[in-house]
Write a protein that binds this ligand. Structure first.
Ligand code: AKB
Length: 314
């Protein structure tokens, strides 16, 4: 990885990944792209609608990119509300990014998700290789995407790599339209209001990870020795699995009066119920040394500290 182009650079992951990659590979070597303009001037930026194949190809070529990191996508809850848009954006963007990578000989990364699993998948310690019959449009996109990335590797020799991200929690950019977003929102509301009304029901376990671990996982996988990769697309990665009462208990260690209530959103609850309770990340650990540094309490401590500063409450 020397010249990296990132799509969806202003999204939840992209807005931190750009900074991380610029700090490692140099500001001028990371081209950030998104459908909307940014005020960030730390390095090159171009407007890009990922459904525009020609512009994506031209930008990568002109930049001399050797790596494509394709992040632009709709998340699960929005994809369920607008399934056709999700298909066109998630699959159209992905195939354009893969084609540009094939034509220009770029290494390729895109994230899959725990959304690639469905109700018939084993729910606990979900294996790397298992049944994948998701019941959401997002899940359909993710499974098709994993297969397409494998296809571009075996058929055309493109160096495709990916992970199945769990819910990602960050204090920088807020997610939008995901099922796991409650686990970010809860920290903001805990600080601002001392209480949170969860749209996900008590007892619903989902895998999660703190953003610094997610960013490091992308870099580590992309830098990994290809000879050691058996799976490529897409590795289960996770740092923790919890249900809403457990994150509330972790917050109460710092804000003892924090109050939790529930107003379950049936649409997002149905998605959450179709996903695993916990996934097994042993393939990622053994094939490229995946390791997460933050558990729930370490993440809670850091989130509350950073958000207090961000919200100017200290
Ligand atoms: C979502 O909730 O849609 C995402 C994901 C787990 O892929 N955070």
């Amino acid at each position: 990885m020397e010249r990296i182009m990132i799509t969806g650079a202003l999204g939840q992951i992209g807005s931190e990944l750009v900074g991380k990659m610029r700090s490692i590979y140099g500001n001028d070597n990371v081209l950030a792209t998104d459908i909307r303009q940014t005020a960030d001037q730390s390095g090159p930026f171009e407007i890009l609608d990922v459904t525009d194949a020609q512009r994506m190809h031209d930008l990568a070529k002109d930049f001399g990119a050797d790596t494509m990191v394709h992040m632009a996508a709709l998340l699960s809850a929005t994809a369920e509300e607008k399934p056709l848009l999700a298909w066109n954006l998630n699959m159209g963007g992905l195939v354009n990014a893969l084609e540009a990578s094939r034509e220009l000989g770029m290494q390729f990364f895109t994230p899959s998700s725990i959304g690639a699993f469905g109700p018939s998948t084993p729910k606990n310690n979900t294996p790397q290789d298992t049944l994948q019959r998701p019941t959401t449009m997002y899940g359909v996109n993710k499974v098709a995407g994993e297969l397409l990335c494998d296809y571009y590797h075996t058929k055309f020799g493109v160096d495709t790599r990916g992970v199945r991200f769990p819910g990602l929690i960050s204090n920088v950019a807020q997610p939008g339209g995901g099922t796991t977003d409650y686990a970010v929102d809860i920290y903001y509301k805990a600080i601002e209001q001392g209480s949170y009304t969860s749209y996900i029901a008590e007892g619903t376990y989902m895998d999660m990870m703190y953003m610094p671990d997610a960013l490091q996982a992308i870099v580590d996988l992309m830098e990994a020795d290809p000879a050691k990769l058996i799976h490529r697309n897409a590795f289960n990665v996770t740092a923790m699995s919890f249900e809403p009462e457990q994150i509330a208990a972790s917050i109460r260690k710092h804000i003892p009066d924090f109050k939790m209530s529930y107003a379950v959103d049936p649409a997002r609850q149905e998605i959450a119920d179709s996903w695993p309770d916990s996934i097994d990340a042993s393939a990622a650990k053994s094939e490229w040394g995946f390791k997460a540094s933050y558990d729930l309490d370490a993440m809670t401590f850091d989130m509350l500290e950073k958000l207090k500063k961000k919200l100017q409450l200290v």
